[in-house]
Design a protein. Structure first.
Length: 890
DNA sequence: ATGTGCTGCAA
DNA sequence: TATTGCAGCACAT
C-alpha cells in the first residue's frame, strides 16, 4: 500500500532561519525579500524531493495562548522580530495563498500545537508526516511515520529524524525530549527549567529516571547532594516547564485534511507576485510545479520559404497585416556591404521565414520586402530596430512606421540591466525559453557564419524571435504607460533609434595617411623612450606591465611606494607625478605612457577599424548601455578622443570633413549645472546663468567671498572642482582627493558652497530622501533609475547610492535634453532637404558634416534645436564652431 | 580562449 | 572615498 505523504512546515521557524541565513535582499523599490526568497527556495526543494500529496504551513498568530495564561512570563523578553523580517510575513502568506498552500493558523494556539495535532491525526490515518522546522522542540513528535526535518547550516540542508534517529543522537525517546526541556528550560521561550541543569545533566537524569515524574518521586536516589537540592527546590518549575514544553497533540481545531491537498496554484497571481518581489528565477520552478509551465497561446502558421517566387508572393499575403515583427541576419559585420542572409516577418497569424542563401536575385526579393517595410499602413516592431534599419539601408529600404522596439522599451523600464536580450525578456515576461544567438551560432572561435548554419535551426531561431517580439509588445508597453514613460519612449527614444542608425551609416571620414604618419612618429618616439628607460633602470623589462614596472621602481630603484593596489604597487600617473623629482626615469615613463596610449588606442585602434569600402569610421552608438540615459559609443569609442593635451589633441586632425563639406560642432555650455539650477530653483545659481557669467568664477567668488574680479586662477580651479563635485554627488573625501587638499579643507569648501547655494543643498537632501522613500529617482523626462544601493548595510555602497540619487537626475536630464535636440536636428535637416548630416554625439556636443553652402542654415538650425530642446529656468546655451577637421572645429 | 585588474581617455 | 562610459595590455586560469 502506498502511503499518502503530508508535509507540515513550521512557517515562523523556517522564515526566521531563512532571514538570518541569507544576506539582505532588496527589490528595486526597497522591499526586503531575503526571508521570503529563502522560504520559497526551501518549499520548491521540498516539492522536488518529497512530492507530497498534502502540504500545509503553520503560523503563530498574535493572540496569547494557554501557555501565556498559565505562565505570565512565557516568551517574555523575547526580542521583537526585526522590521526587515516582519514586513516579509504578509507577502509570504499572500504568495502561499497564490500557490494554494494551506495556512494552518488558529488563535490561541501555537504553530507547534497545530503541527502536533495534525501530525498525530495523520499518523492515525496511516499517513507519513514530514515536519519541517528549524526548532529541535519538534523532535518530541518523531515516530516511525512522523519524521522531523530540521534545518542545519543555513537553510539549504535538512537533517531527517524519526524516533530511532532521535534516540541515536540524544539517547532519549522523543517523548523524553520533553522531560529534557523541562529540566533544562529554554531561554528563548523564557521557560525556567531547573537552574543549573544543562543538557548533559538532563540527559543523565532522564536516562536514569526516564521521566520528570519518576525523578521527583525518587530524588533520594540522586547521588550528588547539590544537584538533589537544586531539583528539590525547583520541583514546581520543572513540572510547569515540562507542561509548557509539551506540544499539544489534540487541540480542538477542525482542519479538513482535504483542504491541505496539494493543487495547482493560481498561475497569474504567482507570476505577478514573483515579479513584484523579483523572484524571477523561481517563476519557472513554481510554474512547472503548478503544472502550468506553458501558457496557451495562439498557434501561428510558420512558412519556410526558400524559392524566389514564393518570397515575392509573401508581399501579397502580408500586405493586410496591421503589424509585423521584423528580424534579419547578415553574413558579415560590415556596414554597407553586408548581405542579408535571412529574414523573418511575424504577424498575428503567420510567421514567414525567408532563407535567401540559395537565392541569386536578392534585388527582386528586396523589392517585395520594401513594399512591406515602407508601407504606411503596416506597423513595424522589433527587438533592436536600429540593427534592422542598418541591415536594410544598403538595399535602399527605409523602415517607415516603426512603432515599437522591445529592447528600448525594457531599457526605459530598468536601465540598470546588464543585457537586454530577447531571450531574457522572454523568460521574464512570457516564462518561455527561446534560443539566443550564442546557441544558434556557437561562441568564440568556432562561431559559425550564418551561411553555414542549418536551415531548420535558423528557422526555429528566427520564428521564436519574431513570435517573442509580438508577445512582448503588450506587457512592455503596459509597463511603459504605468511608469509614465510614453513621452520619453515615443517622442525621444524611438525616433532617436533612427537618428543613431543614420549616424552609424554615415560614419566619419578619417585621413588614413595622417594616421599612418602618426603611427611612425609615435612609434619612433616610443623606441627612443624605451631605450632611455632601460638604460636608466639598468634592466630590460616590459614597461607596460604595472607589475614589472612596480618591481623596477620600488624595489630595484628603491623609490618610495606611495600607494598600493589590490595586487601590488600602484604605478598610475598620480603616483608617478609625486615621484617626478626623485628619479630621471619617472618623466620618461610618464611620457612613454602618454605616447603608447595614443599609439595603441587611438592610432592603431582607429586604423584597424576604418571601413575599407567607405574609408570612413562607423562607430556604434548604443542606446541601452548607460544607467543614466546617456548614449555610449563602441568600435571605436568616438566619445573619448583626446582633447586636453596638445599631443593627443592632434588626433582630432585625422577626423576630416569630406570634400566640399565642413564640420559644424556645437556644445552645450554647462548643461549639467543649468539642469541643476532648474531642478533646484536656486536663485543664486539661476542668477549666474541669467547674467551669463563664467560659472566657475562666480562660484569661486561665492565660496571665497571675494568680488568676481578678484578671483585668482587658483580660486577658480578650486571652484571648478567643487562644481564637478556637486554634479557627481559630493563628498569631502572625494573633493579632497581631487584637489589634493585635506578632507577638512574640502569640507569647508563644500559647506560654504552649500551655504551660498542653499537650494542646491535642499535639492541634494530631498533627492536622497525621496529616493529612499520611493526606491528610485527621476529625470526631467521621467526616466527612472532604481537605487537598491540605498538599502545596503554597507556604508560605502549606501553612500554610493546617495551620490547616484544626486547625480542621476542631473546627468540623466542632460542626456534627455541632448537626445531631444538630436531628434529635432535630424528631423529639421530632413525637412529642409539638406545634405548635411548629424554624425557624432559626445554627451553635450553634436557634430554635423555640412556642405559649404549649407553652413549658414545648419548653424541656425543646430543652435535653435539645441537651445530650444526643452524650456529650462536657466536658458540652455550652445556654442558653435566650424572647421575642416574636428581639431579645428573646437 | 576567457576573465580580471590596472591604466587612461572623454563628458 | 566623486558620475557615466570604452579599450588596450598583462596576467592568471
Amino acid at each position: 500500500m502506498i502511503k499518502d505523504r503530508i508535509v507540515i512546515i513550521d512557517g515562523n521557524s523556517l522564515i526566521n532561519r531563512a532571514f538570518y541565513a541569507l544576506p539582505p535582499l532588496v527589490t528595486k523599490d526597497g522591499k526586503y525579500t531575503n526571508a521570503m526568497y529563502g522560504f520559497l527556495t526551501m518549499l520548491s526543494k521540498i516539492y522536488d524531493e518529497y512530492d507530497p500529496e498534502y502540504i500545509g504551513v503553520a503560523f503563530d498568530l498574535k493572540a496569547p495562548t494557554f501557555r501565556h495564561k498559565e505562565y505570565g512570563d512565557y516568551k517574555l523578553g523575547r526580542k521583537k522580530m526585526p522590521p526587515e523580517l516582519a514586513e516579509q510575513m504578509a507577502p509570504l502568506k499572500e504568495i502561499l495563498d497564490a500557490l494554494n498552500v494551506y495556512r494552518i493558523e488558529a488563535e490561541g494556539f501555537e504553530a507547534d500545537d497545530l503541527i502536533g495535532t495534525l501530525s498525530k491525526y495523520c499518523e492515525k490515518k496511516g499517513m507519513e508526516s514530514l515536519i519541517v522546522t528549524g526548532d529541535k522542540d519538534a523532535l518530541q513528535l518523531a515516530s516511525k511515520t512522523t519524521k522531523i526535518l530540521i534545518t542545519k547550516k543555513g537553510i539549504s540542508n535538512l537533517a531527517t529524524y524519526d524516533d530511532d534517529a532521535v534516540f541515536q543522537e540524544y539517547e532519549v525517546t522523543p517523548l523524553q525530549f520533553i522531560d529534557l526541556k523541562g529540566l533544562m528550560g529554554d531561554k528563548s521561550d523564557n521557560i525556567p527549567g531547573v537552574p543549573g541543569v544543562g543538557e548533559k545533566t538532563a540527559i543523565k537524569l532522564i536516562k536514569q529516571f526516564s521521566s520528570i515524574e519518576q525523578l521527583i518521586q525518587n530524588t533520594n536516589e540522586i547521588v550528588a547532594d547539590k544537584l538533589r537540592e537544586k531539583i528539590e527546590a525547583h520541583i514546581d518549575d520543572a513540572v510547569m516547564s515540562k507542561r509548557l514544553a509539551t506540544i499539544i497533540t489534540n487541540v480542538p481545531v477542525e482542519i479538513e485534511l482535504e483542504s491541505l491537498r496539494k493543487t495547482e496554484g493560481n498561475y497569474d497571481q504567482i507570476v505577478e507576485l514573483f515579479k513584484r518581489y523579483e523572484f524571477n528565477s523561481l517563476i519557472n520552478r513554481f510554474a512547472i510545479q503548478t503544472n502550468k509551465a506553458t501558457v496557451e497561446k495562439r498557434e501561428k502558421i510558420t512558412h519556410r520559404i526558400t524559392d524566389l517566387d514564393s518570397m515575392i508572393k509573401v508581399k501579397d499575403i502580408i500586405k493586410d497585416a496591421k503589424k509585423v515583427a521584423i528580424k534579419s541576419i547578415t553574413e558579415e559585420n560590415n556596414m554597407l556591404t553586408d548581405k542579408i542572409i535571412c529574414i523573418s516577418m511575424a504577424t498575428d497569424k503567420d510567421i514567414f521565414f525567408l532563407d535567401l542563401r540559395a537565392i541569386d536575385d536578392h534585388n527582386s526579393v528586396m523589392e517585395a520586402i520594401k513594399d512591406i517595410l515602407e508601407a504606411d499602413n503596416i506597423e513595424i516592431i522589433g527587438h533592436d530596430i536600429k540593427k534592422e534599419i542598418i541591415h536594410f539601408a544598403p538595399y535602399n529600404i527605409n523602415l517607415k512606421n516603426i512603432v515599437f522596439d522591445t529592447m528600448i522599451g525594457e531599457y526605459l523600464i530598468d536601465s540598470a540591466k546588464s543585457t537586454y536580450g530577447i531571450k531574457e525578456l522572454t523568460t521574464f515576461y512570457l516564462n518561455e525559453t527561446i534560443m539566443d544567438e550564442e546557441e544558434l551560432r556557437g561562441k568564440g572561435k568556432q562561431q559559425l557564419k550564418p551561411s553555414n548554419i542549418d536551415s531548420l535551426k535558423i528557422e526555429e531561431y528566427m520564428c521564436q524571435h519574431g513570435n517573442a517580439v509580438l508577445e512582448l509588445t503588450k506587457p512592455i508597453m503596459e509597463k511603459i504607460i504605468n511608469l509614465d514613460l510614453q513621452k520619453l519612449y515615443y517622442d525621444v527614444e524611438l525616433p532617436l533609434t533612427e537618428v543613431l542608425a543614420s549616424m552609424e551609416i554615415e560614419g566619419i571620414k578619417v585621413d588614413r595617411k595622417m594616421l599612418e604618419a602618426l603611427k611612425i612618429e609615435f612609434g619612433d618616439k616610443i623606441d627612443l623612450l624605451t631605450k632611455d628607460i632601460y638604460a636608466l633602470a639598468g634592466v630590460d623589462f616590459n614597461i607596460n606591465s604595472p607589475k614589472q614596472l612596480g618591481e623596477v621602481l620600488f624595489e630595484k630603484l628603491e623609490l618610495p611606494p606611495i600607494k598600493k593596489t589590490k595586487t601590488g604597487y600602484s604605478t598610475n600617473a598620480e603616483v608617478l607625478e609625486k615621484l617626478i623629482d626623485r628619479h630621471e626615469i619617472i618623466p620618461k615613463i610618464l611620457e612613454y605612457r602618454q605616447v603608447t596610449k595614443l599609439k595603441s588606442t587611438y592610432v592603431d585602434g582607429l586604423l584597424s577599424i576604418i571601413n575599407p569600402i567607405t574609408e570612413r569610421i562607423h562607430s556604434s552608438f548604443n542606446q541601452t548601455v548607460t544607467t543614466t540615459g546617456r548614449i555610449s559609443s563602441t568600435e571605436p569609442n568616438l566619445q573619448n578622443i583626446p582633447v586636453k593635451l596638445e599631443m593627443g589633441r592632434r588626433l582630432r586632425k585625422v577626423f576630416v570633413a569630406k570634400e566640399g563639406y565642413q564640420f559644424v560642432d556645437a556644445d552645450y555650455s554647462q548643461i549639467e549645472l543649468r539642469v541643476l539650477a532648474h531642478i533646484s530653483e536656486d536663485v543664486n545659481l539661476l542668477d549666474a546663468f541669467e547674467k551669463d557669467q563664467d560659472i566657475h568664477t562666480r562660484t569661486a567668488s561665492e565660496i571665497f567671498d571675494v568680488p568676481m574680479d578678484e578671483v585668482t586662477s587658483e580660486m577658480r580651479s578650486g571652484a571648478k572642482a567643487v562644481n564637478f563635485g556637486i554634479v557627481y554627488g559630493i563628498s569631502d573625501f572625494g573633493l579632497g582627493g581631487n584637489l589634493n587638499i585635506s578632507r577638512a579643507k574640502a569640507k569647508q569648501y563644500i559647506e560654504s558652497y552649500l551655504e551660498k547655494y542653499s537650494n542646491v543643498k535642499k535639492y541634494m537632501t530631498s533627492s536622497v530622501e525621496e529616493a529612499k522613500k520611493k526606491g528610485y529617482v527621476l529625470t526631467l523626462m521621467n526616466r527612472r533609475r532604481y537605487l537598491p544601493e540605498l538599502h545596503s548595510s554597507n556604508f560605502n555602497i549606501r553612500s554610493f547610492g546617495e551620490r547616484i540619487a544626486m547625480n542621476t537626475p542631473i546627468q540623466g536630464s542632460a542626456a534627455d535634453i541632448i537626445k531631444i535636440a538630436m531628434v529635432k536636428v535630424y528631423e529639421s535637416l530632413k525637412k529642409n532637404n539638406l545634405k548635411a548630416k548629424l554624425i557624432l554625439q559626445v554627451h553635450d556636443e553634436l557634430i554635423i558634416e555640412a556642405p559649404g553652402d549649407e553652413l549658414d542654415i545648419v548653424e541656425k538650425l543646430l543652435k535653435d534645436c539645441m537651445e530650444n530642446a526643452i524650456e529650462l529656468k536657466a536658458q540652455l546655451k550652445a556654442d558653435l564652431s566650424f572647421g575642416d577637421t574636428w581639431y579645428d572645429a573646437k
